[in-house]
Design a protein around this ligand. Structure first.
Ligand code: ADP
Ligand code: MG
Length: 610
């Protein structure tokens, strides 16, 4: 599906172009647009255009759910139309058959949608690759078929005579009036999503697209977040359906079928699947262009038919190829650049974990084993680490060092053996639970979210030290905690000498600094034990020296380190003890001097090291 677009929650710092005068002009133009939009129904605009605007608002509600689901989390759904249908049918049935208030029906519809989304999400979100989109098609068809075949839902004719909305004496029968509830819902949804993306749970959601391994290693339950994103997208669609039913005053199955499921996805992709406002751009373009095409194409072709779908298909392919981030990046370059405030300087520091006394047993790895089919990558390897120790793990390429890291941190399941950490058996714990106990790591192949800033990437490491959930984030009640998390992230970045790059997108960094950023991210988790996989690779000489200084400082603070590194000077000068691996087995263990003097180690390295 569409590649991940840039930084959905946090637009770039730098203004696209233009001086201070240009910025003032843009702000004025934006303000004028907002005033015009707010007054639109009061202006002498034909009803037709108000109705168009209403549809755009309704579609944008669904499409923004897809921005979250597909653009941010990387989960593609063709089935959102079915959730629109649940919201619409719930209120249509309850208000006509039982005479209930539309406002009560909204609550019932949302509850019903939530249950359906939880069940469907629970089943389908475990699927990977192409199975998930296929599954969404399947349940969209199934739900739509159900709507169309229930006697009590009016079968294909649907339900007629749905009452209009009214609130505090205001009647929303006319298109001009229902414009306000529709656009209020769309804007509240957009602001809630923007707030969410710029928060602790938002960073966790954005991390899903980078693969689950890194997110889980930060202590994030990726499946839970996938389900939550799925439910939020479904609820937005359901609100759209509720409004749709009271706007149209009738429901039938056709607007909730797979054709519309596909069209909502097209809107999200054309508008910019990584940007919340892109949902509005996409909804507007698709709605307005579709109306023109529906008139124009049958005239050109000479017969009636839904030919616009063919055009959208072609446009979709072109957008994916030439503007994978959709139209929104073009539109946003005309908007005033948002300012980023650094307001966390005086936030109270986060609580820190108690560190073990130097010399107390910390990690005990007992005969761990990993087989990949016939290959024994790690062959009954044992070693231990004590409090405040720096242990090196060296060996030629393919010796099994990274796999050993993955076994200790729970990224890979062990074929055999056991691991104890601070006396607790962690052999079978998942990586996120191990991370929460105080074992942090970096990856040999950097795993980060390129579109997030360096600071946000590093703050991801502090995930488990915060507690704000999705609701708090949407309501912006998480700011005090966010300041504490960002303060910690900046502190760790400063420690490795990268504070000046904190607002850059992480994808802009060279490989060396990317590795340093991963160390800062790992430190943000307040680790007791830090596992670094080739941290000095790609660093210049003076950067390596600075890194060695930081690692010594960490040791002095009581943090233990396990270090995989090919730079022998670096390892020999820094470590207390070294474990040497070759072909998956432990060749020897000893002090740097003992290892350097060992003929066996020399033999293992012959040809690569002297
Ligand atoms: P090192 O980090 O010491 O260079 P690794 O731990 O990455 O070595 O790899 C050890 C061996 O296990 C290598 O032969 C490698 O090809 C193999 N290996 C690593 N990961 C996998 C995997 N996911 N599937 C199959 N083989 C693997
Ligand atoms: Mg490796």
């Amino acid at each position: 599906m569409p590649p991940r677009a840039s930084s959905p929650g946090a637009p770039p710092v730098a203004s696209a172009s233009g001086g201070p005068g240009g910025a003032a002009l843009r702000t004025a133009a934006l303000a004028a647009f907002v005033v015009l939009a707010a007054a639109l129904p009061q202006l002498p605009v034909p009803d037709f255009w108000i109705t168009q605007a209403n549809y755009i608002g309704l579609y944008a509600l669904v499409a923004m759910g897809l921005v979250l689901l597909t653009g941010v989390c990387g989960l593609t759904s063709f089935g959102q139309a079915a959730f629109v249908g649940i919201g619409a049918y719930a209120t249509a049935y309850l208000s006509t058959a039982l005479g209930l208030s539309p406002w009560l029906n909204l609550a019932v519809g949302l509850a019903l949608t939530c249950v359906c989304a939880l069940v469907l999400g629970w089943i389908t979100l475990r699927m990977s690759g192409h199975y998930l989109p296929l599954a969404t098609i399947a349940w969209c068809l199934a739900l739509n078929y159900t709507m169309a075949n229930m006697e009590w839902l009016g079968k294909f004719d649907g339900i007629l005579g749905v009452p209009p909305l009214s609130l505090a004496g205001i009647d929303f029968t006319r298109a001009r009036n229902i414009y306000y509830p529709i656009w209020a819902a769309a804007l509240v949804g957009a602001v809630a999503l923007l707030n969410l993306l710029d928060s602790r749970p938002g960073r966790a959601l954005r991390a899903l697209n980078g693969g689950v391994t890194m997110a889980e290693a930060m202590g994030i339950s990726t499946f839970r977040y996938k389900v939550q994103a799925f439910v939020i997208a479904a609820l937005l669609a359901s609100v759209s359906g509720w409004l749709f039913a009271h706007f149209q005053r009738t429901v039938n199955p056709s607007p909730f079928g797979i054709k519309w499921g596909i069209e909502y996805l097209i809107m999200a992709v054309i508008g910019g699947v990584g940007h919340v406002w892109g949902a509005f751009a996409g909804a507007a373009v698709v709605k307005l262009v579709e109306d023109q095409l529906q008139v124009l194409l049958p005239r050109l072709i000479g017969t009636a038919g839904n030919f616009e779908i063919i055009v959208f298909g072609i446009v979709l392919v072109l957008v994916l190829k030439y503007a994978p981030q959709g139209l929104w990046p073009f539109a946003s370059s005309w908007l005033p650049a948002p300012r980023r405030v650094r307001d966390w300087e005086h936030a109270p520091p986060l609580a820190e974990r108690a560190r073990p006394a130097p010399g107390t047993p910390l990690l005990e790895v007992e005969r761990v084993r990993k087989q990949f089919g016939g290959l024994v990558a790690v062959n009954d390897v044992s070693f231990s680490i004590r409090g405040g120790e720096i242990v090196g793990l060296i060996g030629p390429n393919g010796a099994g060092k990274s796999t050993t890291f993955n076994l200790v941190t729970g990224v890979l399941a062990k074929t055999g053996g056991s691991v104890r950490f601070r006396g607790e058996d962690i052999t079978r714990l998942r990586s996120r639970h191990i991370a929460r106990l105080g074992i942090s790591r970096t990856f040999q192949h950097v795993k980060m979210i390129p579109a997030m800033t360096v600071l946000e990437n590093v703050a991801l490491g502090a995930y488990q030290r915060g507690g704000s959930g999705i609701a708090r984030a949407m309501l912006r009640l998480d700011r005090a905690e966010e300041r504490r998390l960002f303060r910690e992230a900046e502190r760790q970045l400063a420690r490795i000498g990268m504070a000046s790059q904190m607002h850059e997108p992480a994808g802009n960094l060279a490989l060396g600094p990317q590795r340093l950023m991963e160390i800062a991210r790992a430190l943000c988790a307040d680790p007791v034990l830090l596992l670094l996989d080739e941290p000095a690779a790609g660093l210049r000489h003076h950067e390596k020296q600075a890194l060695a200084g930081v690692l010594r400082q960490l040791k002095a603070e009581g943090i233990s380190l396990l270090l995989v590194e090919h730079d022998m000077d670096f390892v020999m000068n820094l470590t207390d003890r070294i474990v040497v691996m070759e072909f998956g087995t432990r060749l020897m263990e000893g002090t740097p001097a003992q290892v350097q003097a060992s003929p066996a180690v020399r033999a293992a390295y012959l040809g690569t090291e002297h």
